[in-house]
Design a binder for this molecule. Sequence first.
Ligand code: FES
Length: 275
Amino acid sequence: MSGSTIVLIATVALVGLGALFVFTTSARRDRAAALDRARHEGTDGDVASGPTGRAVERSAEAGRQAGAGLAVPATSAPPALRAPMDPEALGVTRRQFLNRSIVNFFGLGLAGFGAASIGFLWPTLSGGFGSKIKAGKLDDIVSEINATKVPFYLASARTWISTYPAAAIPKAEQAYSGAVLEGMKEGVVALYQKCVHLGCRVPWCKSAQWFECPCHGSRYNRVGEKKGGPAPRGLDRFGVEVKGGFILVDTKEVIQGPPIGVNTTGQEAEGPHCA
Ligand code: FES
């Protein structure tokens, strides 16, 4: 099950629970209010048929002044039975129904907006930039690069996959680590297409066999090490894993390019520059 499906299901469940909560809370509140109202009306009924508190107080005061005991007027009628609650009061009035509908629709709208925002911001968990992307068969990609003398461009990963010479591995071990070094040991490096100077997309210059940025002239060799221009370091890159003969480019993390001066392959320009 993909991440976006999980988010969708979780959101629907949350919205359902929220609506249920709002509905039951308002129903409980209405019922309590109706009971209060009925109780209040019942008390009034008693008052109407029996002596009031004020009458009792007046009678007591009169008795004190006359030196007699407390004279409480006898009740003329037995206590009135509490009036049965009005079933209408316990039900849902039109106003309550409208209020609840407005609250529920507002809640649903808010939840929908929240779900859409989460879906937009959630990192793509399968196949897109920000995940591990399958580039293709290692052997096929290396053969294609060697045949065309052009690095393999993987648009979904915004990456140039370039070959890394086995002879340079001892030097690479001094400058690189982790998944970048592991990829180099497999014979490839995945370079982020974005220039580390000001972010232009860096194209391949076939004549020089370097990456050369058209914006301000930064140059990088075949494995993305800086050779010239204003760039502050080599091209940023991604970790590479080879699984079952397939290259996986891990675009979850952009790994910073090597500092100026790192030149593990010693590859010089092989022809005229493009920028
Ligand atoms: S953006 Fe590439 S050199 Fe400036």
